[in-house]
Design a protein around this ligand. Structure first.
Ligand code: GTP
Ligand code: MG
Length: 388
């Protein structure tokens, strides 16, 4: 029984790996459709029973002065245009926040069949039709390169640490930091929430941050200390962090889904999304082996939401994760991050944090598509993250 489940999970993982690869190839053409997609989403916008992040948040959102240049907008394909998707299914999809063809194009068949009550075969047909409609296929290396040129980075506050990460936490992708309790994951989260607001020449993105706090460890006092230490206007900094406390994994997923509404409202240019911690609620709610498949399916959907946000809006996503001990590992590091391969494959960067002597922290870059593995040492101080 247990062995069967394992096989099932591995299959799911394989799907996700494939999906992730397809998504990467598709990333370029997605950019083209970004504007049109936003327009149709506006039309289909729905109200939700759960309060949006901004009402849960402790701060107001300030009007952005950024103005996007108007481009000619092509009519966008509708959900109804997809094969096997009738009005009833469309309604179900919309309820599940699959509001446009793009969201179907980047979904996995399992998730789609689940939420829309259609077979996986129909789901697969709809997905490939959606991909065809949006012209999500191969892109030239040059196009990929151009898309990558728009990647931006947020400084960690430590030069050594930034060097390890190739400049900081990258936009257009997910970055996972994992490590034991007290290793600095939440401290880095709060530091990033401050640093993203710095001007670009100081390592920031001149943007604001959405902070999903699942463990009630967000501390505004720490934000104040860090902002003061950086010589920033504390009140302004506090206003540009939208905090939402997530109470269940479903709530966490819903908050993430709400972020696109926040971005659409364009009150503030959101440049960083933090989920601290990514797995905590999932882990406690789906504790037994028998619930693993459900957990991974939900997690899969949550990851898709975050990836889509990163991709479509050029946002950096910082996720924290705990480690579980692996008593079966005798050599090397006997700890592993939670979440299984679904999460690991979805993250462009993975960093393992551990405590060192005299308040130092060691960060190890584990997975990166283009940077060498390596380590950096930094310190957590009252002023925030600094060089050791
Ligand atoms: P969990 O969420 O429990 O898994 O841990 P975490 O990795 O999120 O740890 P967190 O980032 O909360 O780090 C907490 C540690 O940061 C504390 O144990 C302190 O060592 C350090 N720290 C937090 N605030 C301060 C501070 O104001 N001054 C100094 N010097 N250290 C601090
Ligand atoms: Mg923490």
């Amino acid at each position: 029984m247990v062995a069967k489940k394992k096989v099932k999970e591995t299959e799911e993982q394989a799907v996700v790996v494939k999906e992730t690869k397809t998504k990467k190839a598709a990333a370029v053409s997605k950019d083209k459709t970004e504007k049109t997609s936003a327009v149709s989403k506006d039309k289909t916008e729905k109200t939700s029973a759960v309060p949006p992040a901004e009402t849960v948040g402790k701060t107001d959102i300030q009007e952005s002065t950024e103005d996007e240049s108007e481009e000619e907008i092509k009519p966008e394909p509708k959900l109804e245009d997809l094969p096997g998707i009738g009005p009833v299914t469309v309604e179900k999809l919309r309820e599940a926040k699959f509001e446009d063809v793009m969201s179907v194009a980047v979904a996995s068949a399992g998730v789609l069949s689940d939420v829309a009550g259609i077979t996986e075969t129909t789901a697969n047909k709809a997905i490939s039709a959606a991909r065809d409609l949006l012209d999500l296929g191969f892109a030239t290396a040059e196009e990929v390169c151009n898309k990558r040129k728009t990647i931006t980075k947020v400084t960690t506050g430590s030069e050594d640490f930034d060097k390890l990460l190739g400049g900081g936490i990258e936009s257009q992708g997910l970055t996972e930091f994992f490590g034991e309790f007290g290793s600095g994951k939440s401290q880095i989260a709060m530091q990033l929430a401050v640093n993203v607001q710095l001007p670009i020449d100081k390592g920031g993105l001149d943007g604001s941050c959405v902070y999903i706090d699942t463990e009630n460890t967000f501390r505004p006092e720490r934000i104040k200390q860090m902002a003061e230490a950086a010589g920033m206007d504390v009140d302004k900094v506090m206003k540009k962090i939208m905090v939402a406390r997530a109470f269940t994994s479903d709530h966490q997923m819903l908050l993430a889904e709400k972020i696109s509404d926040l971005i659409k409202q364009k009150k503030v240019p959101i440049k960083l999304i933090i989920v601290d911690s990514m797995m905590g609620l999932f882990r406690s709610e789906y504790a037994g082996r028998g619930t693993l498949a459900t957990r991974q399916q939900k997690l899969n959907r949550h990851i898709h939401t975050l990836q889509k946000l990163a991709d479509l809006h050029n946002v950096a996503v910082y996720l924290t994760n705990q480690v579980m001990s692996r008593p079966d590992v005798f050599f090397g590091n006997p700890t592993a991050a939670i979440g299984g391969h679904i999460l690991h494959h979805a993250c462009q960067f993975r960093v393992y944090l551990r405590k060192g002597k005299a308040g130092k922290r060691i960060a190890r870059l584990i997975d990166s598509p283009y940077l060498p593995e390596g380590e950096a040492i930094f310190k957590v101080t009252e002023n925030g993250i600094v060089d050791a």
